[in-house]
Ligand binder design. Structure first.
Ligand code: C2E
Ligand code: MG
Ligand code: MG
Length: 362
């Protein structure tokens, strides 16, 4: 907060995001290249001088009407990788714009608080079923944004949250809500497990593990009821920092799921040494799996499941829409299933009505 205030005093139009630890990303707007370079210098001397600490600062130049875009994702990835200053100085390159930018206006300071206060973010939950007995064993929390009465899917706004750094506070909010909901449902379904999606940026945030621990302790939740999902393409990594996060989460007894398996580039052999406890096979491989023409996918899934089982990883088949897909997945011995065939993601109230049986109601 002190950093934001100081930068704000110096450059009122520049938004500051803390990516965690000593890492900050600044979004600088307007002007020309000379001004940009001058301001970057001013920020650097502010950190070194008045604020009195060295920090890794990534600056991205966004034109007022632009969004903050893909460039910033690349920018902060570079910041993490190199931990040194850099400039991204071409407003022409990497431009990316979506109609949502104007509506969300995420770069405006205080905007996130507004969105949270107005209940613009909301959580849905999709049930997961154990194959062995068909029981509901848990749910996956899925974030939604309500804007002008419309429900916006996460695939549209998560990239904006990531590129603005707001995924860190929003992710924390999601986790806290998920933990709260999980505690409530555990009273009726004692082995309920809540799956929560995480962005790799959250996992790279130095404070992440501590904040997970803090939330779980606050609600006195047994951590074995939480699974954190990270998409495959971010999972398989040689980044020490991410591996360190995985290890620290495991030592808290929080399980990890590799999401969207099959869409990344990991080879099957990666499964033998992955820190994931659960692998979720992407819908892409489940679709039409019962058809003759999909024998490759069937073999692929069969191999994935066998390999996973041989090293103690359980497998969830995602996106089961049809009975035939379910039957095939069952015959291949997946451990759990999730998909529209059973239920779309629904509001927590709806989820409770349908899947959490109140003993006193029957
Ligand atoms: P995901 O984690 O792989 O979530 C599963 C997505 O598949 C969900 O889309 C779900 O609605 C959809 N789905 C489930 N069953 C079926 C099915 O039978 N057929 C089809 N066609 N789709 C099915 P959704 O809710 O739009 O979420 C998309 C992605 O957004 C998620 O993919 C996840 O990567 C991300 N996401 C959602 N919530 C969060 C969050 O709180 N934080 C982060 N970082 N990412 C999130
Ligand atoms: Mg997921
Ligand atoms: Mg998935």
């Amino acid at each position: 907060a002190a950093v934001s205030r100081s930068v704000h005093e110096l450059l009122p139009d520049t938004a500051v995001y803390r990516m965690g630890g000593d890492e900050f990303v600044l979004l600088w707007q307007g002007g020309d290249e000379r001004e940009f370079r001058r301001d970057v210098e001013r920020v650097r001397s502010l950190f070194a001088g008045t604020l009195g600490f060295t920090a890794s600062v990534g600056c991205a130049w966004v034109r007022r009407e632009d969004d903050i875009g893909e460039g910033l994702i690349a920018a902060d990835a570079r910041m993490f990788a190199s931990k040194r200053d850099f400039y991204r100085s071409s407003p022409q390159s990497g431009r990316y714009r979506s109609g949502l930018d104007d509506v969300l206006d995420l770069a405006r300071p205080g905007r996130l608080e507004e969105l949270l206060a107005s209940d613009s973010f909301t959580l849905y939950c999709q049930p997961q079923f154990r194959v062995a007995d068909g029981a509901v064993v848990g749910g996956e929390i899925l974030l939604r944004l309500i804007s002008e009465g419309k429900v916006i899917p996460p695939t549209q706004f998560i990239p904006l949250l990531e590129s603005s750094g707001l995924i860190i506070p929003v992710g924390k909010w999601v986790l806290e809500q998920s933990v709260r909901q999980c505690c409530k449902w555990l009273a009726c379904v004692p082995d309920f497990v809540m799956n929560v999606n995480c962005s790799y940026l959250q996992m790279l945030d130095e404070d992440f593990v501590q904040s997970v621990k803090e939330i779980i302790n606050r609600y006195r939740l047994d951590p074995s009821h939480i699974v954190l999902e990270l998409t495959e393409s971010r999972f398989v990594t040689d980044q020490d920092r991410l591996n360190d996060t995985f290890m620290r989460l495991r030592s808290l007894n929080i399980r990890l799921a590799m999401d969207d398996f099959g869409t990344g580039y990991s080879s099957l052999s990666c499964l033998s040494c992955t820190p994931a406890d659960i692998v979720k096979i992407d819908r892409e491989f489940i679709r039409g799996i019962c058809d003759q023409s999909h024998s490759f996918n069937r073999s692929f899934i069969g191999s994935v499941i066998n390999l996973c089982h041989s090293v103690g990883i359980s497998v969830c088949a995602e996106g089961v829409e049809e009975k035939g897909e379910l039957e095939t997945v069952l015959s291949l011995e997946a451990d759990s299933v999730q998909g529209f065939y059973f239920s779309k993601p629904v509001t927590p109230d709806e989820f409770e009505k349908q899947h959490i049986k109140h003993p006193d109601i029957g």
